[in-house]
Write a protein that binds this ligand. Structure first.
Ligand SMILES: [Zn+2]
Length: 334
């Protein structure tokens, strides 16, 4: 869909207390762009919990939300996006209704085991790990049990309190900027499902380069807009349900390599797996030129997507591919 949001809207303009227009964080988005998907109303949002959270911030006055592919640098960004105050309202609503989510589960997950396996392949024994966006501390607890010295920060006071009290972890309320300011350094920095939520992911990458010494590791994951699943959705004329209102940015393997090189990291391992969240396994809104919504088409497309995602989830394919919905990256400071 190539219809501009509004010719009169300038980049970075505040629309109301909860919404503002956005620009590409990497090149400023003065470059041309095209919308890969648009939400015209809350009913276009795939996840029920997000539709509920949108109630807390109301629909943006621009009337629609675009996911724009920057032709200058390749990043995909959402505009308008939530202001800082809007994001706080949105996440408060999210955590209020999400207390039973797996975030609060105390058991190790397959994903955490896989993350520790990658780190063990590249890091020395008894290395220190700082987890930015540690949430309630499930990864840090797993890393501690595996012999690492661990510390975490998260912007959510609820999550940090849980990490400290329930898991006896060393964690503080904070973000990567406060972490850099604190002077703490480590052998490994991890940021799982964090960068896409930020307003300025490039600043966070620069900050990560200050936390680790030369040879240190940066381990993270980001959503991959260049996935086979999104290509399939595009072919059938539907928006990829991986586009969600929580994520300001989307990446590809090429974008990740370039961004890391900009700040002094080199990729030592990148692969993909993990489908989009369960609730988002149907189909997204119809994109320009796509067929009108119908229950039958939705069911057929949804089934095909589930099969495609199954091919990536916990499979050999995911270990060697960069075509899944998330990119998992291990980078070394050069
Ligand atoms: Zn750009």
């Amino acid at each position: 869909m190539n219809v501009p949001l509004s010719q009169s809207i300038q980049a970075g303009r505040v629309l109301d207390a909860n919404w503002e227009t956005a620009t590409c964080d990497r090149c400023g988005s003065r470059a041309p762009w095209r919308a890969l998907a648009s939400f015209a109303s809350p009913s276009d949002i795939a996840l029920a919990i997000h539709r509920k959270c949108i109630d807390a911030v109301t629909w943006p006055p621009s009337g629609r939300i675009d996911f724009r592919h920057c032709r200058g640098c390749g990043i995909v960004f959402m505009t308008p996006r939530l202001t800082e105050a809007g994001a706080r309202r949105f996440y408060d609503a999210f955590y209020d209704s999400a207390t039973d989510l797996p975030y609060y589960a105390s058991s190790w997950t397959d994903l955490e085991r896989a993350r520790l396996d990658w780190i063990a392949q590249f890091a020395q024994a008894r290395s220190s790990i700082i987890d930015v966006g540690c949430g309630t501390g499930s990864f840090l607890a797993a890393a501690r049990a595996a012999g690492y010295r661990v510390y975490g920060v998260d912007v959510s006071e609820i999550a940090v309190t849980h990490a400290r009290k329930e898991r006896q972890l060393d964690a503080d309320v904070g973000d990567i900027a406060s972490l850099v300011a604190s002077g703490r350094r480590s052998d490994v920095i991890t940021m799982f499902s964090v960068l896409e939520h930020l307003r300025d992911p490039l600043d966070a990458l620069s900050a990560a380069a200050q936390i680790v010494q030369r040879g240190g590791l940066f381990v993270f994951n980001v959503p991959n807009y260049a996935s086979a699943d999104r290509a399939f959705c595009s072919i059938v004329g539907r928006a990829w349900p991986g586009f969600i209102v929580e994520h300001n940015y989307y990446f590809s393997a090429t974008v990740v390599r370039r961004m890391l090189a900009d700040v002094g990291f080199a990729v030592v391992r990148m692969n993909s797996n993990s489908p989009v969240p369960r609730g988002a396994r149907g189909t997204g809104p119809v994109v320009s030129g796509g067929r009108p919504k119908s229950a039958v088409t939705d069911r057929v497309v949804g089934r095909a997507r589930t099969l495609l995602e199954g091919a990536f989830e916990h499979s050999l394919l995911s270990r060697h591919s960069i075509a899944g919905n998330f990119l998992h990256v291990v980078a070394r400071r050069v």
